[in-house]
Structure formats: C-alpha cells, structure tokens
Design a protein around this ligand. Structure first.
Ligand code: GDP
Ligand code: MG
Length: 365
C-alpha cells in the first residue's frame, strides 16, 4: 500500500489536512494487521471505474484501493540536530514512499508563523535543509563503514563510495541531490540508502479559502510555483479548511461546494492521483458477485506478479489471466457483450498488466 508522509513547518495546516483525510473514513477493517496510530490514517482512492464495475456486478463488497497518510510533526529548524521533537521525524519519513510537503500560503494574523511571516520558499528551504542534514549523516556514516573495504580496493565498495561521495558533495553545499543524474546501476545502489531528500515529493500549497477561486492571484503561490518548476516539483493548491469541510458533507453537497470553487475533485484526490503518477502506480480490478476490488500495482509488473499481490497461491499456481480492458468493458457494457466482441483476452504469465485491466486469474495449486 502506498504510504505518503505529510511534512512541513508547524502551523502550516498539516493536521487540518490530515484530519480531513481520516474523516474520509477509509475502511481500516480491510487491514486487520495494521495498527492505526493517532497520526496514521487510511484513505480510499476515489476511482469512477470502480463505481461503474460495482453497478455492473452489485457485489456484496466494494473495496477501493487505499493510501496511508502519516501526519509527521516535529520538523523545525534544527530538528536534525535535536531541536523540537528532534530526530523522531526521521523514522517516520524513512518509512514513506512519497512526501507531501505542506507549505503555508495563507495569511492569518491569528495563526502565528514560526518565522514571523508567510514565505513559502524560505519555509521549504528550512524543511529541506533538515532533510539534507539528516541524509548527510547517513551518507557519512555509510562512507565510514566502507572505508576499510575501499582501501582494500574491493570493487563494490569502491563503486558505492563513489556514488555516496557524489551525493555528499552536493549535500555539503546544502543543495538537493535531486539535481544530480544517476545511471541505472547507481540508482540501484542509492535505493539501499533510503535517502529522505530523494523521495518523490509534491508541494501542497495551503491557501486561504477565499483564494481558491483565483489561485493565480495568491502572490505566495505564484512565487512558489515558479520556484518549484525550476526544481521539477509539482505544486497542488488546496485549502486545508475546505478539505476538512468537504468530508463532513454528503456527496451532492460536496459536489456543490467543489463547483462553487470551480473544482471538479477534492484537493485530496489530486494529491493521491499525483502520488500515484509520481510513483508509477496503477490499478487493476477483480470482479465478482461477492466482491469488486481495486488493486494497486507498479507499472511494468507481469500478470503473474499481479496475481501474487492478491495471494501467493495465485502467483505460484498461475495458469492464465482472463483480461478485459476497462475501456472495452465500458464500451460493450457487459462482460458477455465484450466477450462476443472478442475483447476478453487470455493472457499468460509474462503479460504486462495495464492500468484499468479487469482480470480473472485462473490458477491451480
Ligand atoms: N486562516 C487559515 N487558517 C488555517 C488554514 N489551515 C489551517 N489553519 C489553521 O492553522 C492552525 C494550525 O493548523 P494545523 O493543521 O494544526 O497545522 P500543523 O501544525 O501544520 O499541523 C489551526 O488553527 C488551523 O485551523 C487556512 O487555510 N487558513
Ligand atoms: Mg499538526
């Protein structure tokens, strides 16, 4: 399951956004082995394709994909050196696949800003410096451990040390290693370091409710967008307060509120969608009278591997995947008609599953 960490300075709206998320009431019951802590919440991924399938099968259960969000507090200036909650944030960030950095773009005299005024770029640099420093420590520690082997000229160690040194040079200048380019072999090595500053990230600009209608008039947001573009990071403008309001409404009221802001989906959905895209995540579906379900997989996975997401027996005893694309099923309206049109394919182990595939796995164990 996709885990996204919400980070940012204090008083930027992280917990407001998080409480909107948790009120969106994802079914924790689907995850009997997950302990949900106060700062960990699960949210269902809205997917209109699932609604179509549910209307077709009228199953007993409809199970959407879900994303776990973690409200990571305690990241302040000096946190990597023990300020605030100190290094506690590190272990949380290490665990996540993607980072959503909330940046304050709303003015409100009643809500103090830790650095006195609203300045998204300064805030981002404060936060990211802590990530760089934490990573620098990781890199230096690892280099220290490799030292002996490097001196003994062990090939792998020399390679790893070279990659680490490349990253260290940039971190030493308090710059992001994101700007570096790496070849495939280097990337593989880097993965093992689990560096915070290299995790896929988006910026969430928290703007005042009144600004939602005219995002391009919020000067902070405009500045932030320019800055982020240079770094190749996407900005999603939301109002945490509106998100919180949205989840307390029923479906129709939600749509009405969204459209009054000229939006067709919640900021939350945008965040989830972008996280999926950033991480190359896609969705396949399984259907039946008992259950219609969305499953998350990584782009490029084979049919047998996708079967394994459901159950290891499915992968071990894989025979074939009876597959129809969502587009075809939608076009032909029922599985029977899709079949008559020759749109149900029998795919083997090596088939690369596509986003929106509806699959019946045949297996034998
Ligand atoms: N005016 C205004 N206040 C907000 C907005 N978002 C959050 N707040 C308020 O800012 C304060 C801090 O928000 P919180 O979510 O706890 O921030 P956190 O420290 O980042 O978790 C709370 O009093 C929120 O109600 C916003 O968009 N506009
Ligand atoms: Mg908070």
């Amino acid at each position: 399951m996709l885990k996204t960490g919400i980070i940012g300075l204090p008083n930027v709206g992280k917990s407001t956004l998080f409480s909107a998320l948790t009120k969106a009431k994802a079914l924790a019951a689907n995850y009997p082995f997950t302990t949900i802590e106060p700062n960990v919440g699960m949210v269902n991924v809205y997917d209109p394709r699932l609604t179509f399938l549910a209307n077709l099968y009228h199953p007993e259960k409809i199970i959407p994909a879900s994303v776990q969000f973690i409200d990571i507090a305690g990241l302040v200036k000096g946190a990597s050196q023990g300020e605030g909650l100190g290094n506690q944030f590190l272990s949380y960030i290490r665990e996540v696949h993607a980072i959503a950095q909330v940046v304050r773009c709303f003015d409100d005299e009643n809500i103090i800003h830790v650095d006195g005024n609203v300045d998204p770029i300064r805030d981002i640099e404060t936060i990211e410096l802590e990530l760089f420093l934490a990573d620098l420590e990781t890199v230096e520690r690892r280099l220290g451990r490799l030292d002996k082997k490097v001196k003994a000229n062990v090939k792998e160690a020399v390679f790893e040390a070279a990659v680490l040194s490349k990253i260290k040079t940039v971190l030493d200048q308090e710059k992001s290693p994101r700007s570096l380019s790496f070849n495939e072999l280097e990337l593989k090595t880097i993965k093992n370091f689990n560096l915070l500053s290299l995790k896929p990230m988006i910026y969430i600009a928290n703007v005042a409710e009144a600004d939602l209608l005219n995002l391009e008039e919020n000067a902070s947001l405009v500045k932030l967008k320019k800055y982020a573009e240079q770094k190749g990071i996407e900005v999603i403008g939301i109002s945490a307060q509106v998100e919180k309001e949205l989840v307390s409404l029923d479906k129709e009221e939600q749509l009405a509120l969204l459209s009054s802001y000229g939006m067709d989906q919640s900021g939350l959905n945008q965040v989830i969608q972008r996280s999926y895209e950033l991480l190359g995540l896609e969705t396949f579906f399984t259907t039946g009278e008992d259950e219609v379900r969305a499953w998350t997989f990584t782009k490029g996975m084979k049919a047998s591997e996708c079967a394994g997401i459901i159950h290891s027996d499915f992968e071990r005893g894989f025979i074939r995947a009876e597959t129809v694309s969502y587009t075809d099923l939608f076009k032909y309206k029922t599985p029977q008609l899709a079949k008559e049109a020759g749109k149900i394919r029998l795919e083997g182990k090596e088939y690369l599953v596509q986003d929106g595939d509806i699959i019946l796995f045949r297996f034998n164990v």
